[in-house]
Ligand binder design. Structure first.
Ligand code: ADP
Length: 323
């Protein structure tokens, strides 16, 4: 009988708990013993690894975050600690690993695999949706829904007070959350790192819109753009002549109870990850592209730079002035 472990690494996402639940149930169904590694790669190094049972995953499917903790680990960047991590797995005869994480976690796993040959399957999990080779990462739908709810609420107050709201979304260097939120919330302005912009080119149109009765503006800006959100707000005040406020959504985007879509995707990602490992895939990431799941090598996924879907960027071009 095989022992299989799961860990969460890097930024947590809503959807990890449903993934843990199905991991335990599906591993047991397949005749394996499931283990939880607590606190990501830190837990591997410290041998913070526990056998998991049905009881451990009862009542967690509706909870955001991750029951087993996630972490960033400076120590895992060093070979001597990765060697210790391998020993932890050997002590418990764990020879398969499922890793929920972002591109950083996968780069770590790629190195770990090349050094120690631990069989594993990665499940793309980041609200940034910035992993090369997959169109969807676990947690994105829940984050988008939280952003949508926040923007809807802000719109109410913006309209009442005649204000421009600059709403900053997460995403590091990726504008995915910002652009999808802008398109689905009817924002007047969306700025993302992937697209050059010049605020000047919006000035005439925005001032004209105010003259014609517009009471408020919603601007969605990704955290990775060249200006900070305060600068954009100042531009609204000085150049457009409308009172302005910044709302940085921050970590609320990572929490909240998992959406139906993320619960289903967690179920599907985990099923494919375990099936892949059992069918002999040794170092893969389970990707979701064109409505289908496919296994890609960790080397390809971890070491290919991510590019935002050009169709999404082109929608921005259509709805906004092009500098
Ligand atoms: P995410 O997976 O969400 O992108 P990070 O980029 O912070 O998060 O990476 C998570 C962890 O993955 C790091 O704290 C580190 O332990 C591990 N990691 C990232 N890059 C490497 C690397 N080049 N070598 C070894 N471990 C790495």
């Amino acid at each position: 009988m095989s022992n299989i472990a799961i860990l969460c690494s890097g930024g947590d996402v809503s959807g990890m708990n449903p993934a843990l639940k199905h991991f335990v149930e599906y591993s047991l169904q397949k005749g394996m013993t499931p283990y939880f590694v607590n606190d990501g790669y830190e837990g591997l190094i410290d041998n913070n690894i526990k056998e998991a049972t049905y009881k451990d995953v009862s009542g967690i499917i509706n909870r955001g975050g991750t029951k087993i903790g996630s972490a960033r680990s400076q120590r895992f960047m060093q070979k001597e600690y990765r060697d210790i991590a391998k020993k932890s797995l050997d002590m418990l005869n764990i020879d398969m690993l499922v890793v929920l994480g972002g591109d950083g976690s996968f780069r770590g796993m790629d190195i770990f695999y090349k050094e120690h040959g631990v069989k594993f399957c990665g499940i793309p999990s980041t609200i940034d949706n910035d992993i090369s080779g997959t169109e969807y990462c676990l947690g994105v739908d829940t984050a988008l829904n939280i952003i949508k709810t926040s923007i809807d609420a802000i719109r109410d107050t913006a309209a009442s007070f005649k204000r421009a709201f600059v709403i900053e979304t997460m995403g590091r260097d990726c504008g995915f959350l910002a652009v999808v939120s802008a398109l689905t919330s009817g924002a007047e302005l969306c700025l993302i790192p992937e697209k050059e912009y010049d605020l000047k080119c919006y000035e005439n149109s925005f001032k004209e819109q105010i003259k014609n009765g517009r009471r408020y503006f919603i601007a969605i800006v990704a955290e990775g753009i060249k200006d900070d959100s305060e600068t954009i707000a100042q531009w609204f005040e000085e150049k457009i002549g409308i009172e302005s406020r910044v709302s940085t959504l921050g970590h609320i985007q990572r929490g909240g109870n998992p959406s139906v879509y993320d619960r289903l995707m967690a179920y599907r990602f985990v099923t494919y990850a375990i099936d892949g490992l059992l069918s002999g895939k040794t170092e893969s990431v389970i990707c979701y592209t064109k409505s289908d799941f496919l296994y890609k090598s960790i080397d390809e996924v971890a070491n290919t730079p991510f590019k935002l879907d050009s169709e999404l960027i082109s929608f921005l071009d259509e709805s906004q002035c092009i500098s």
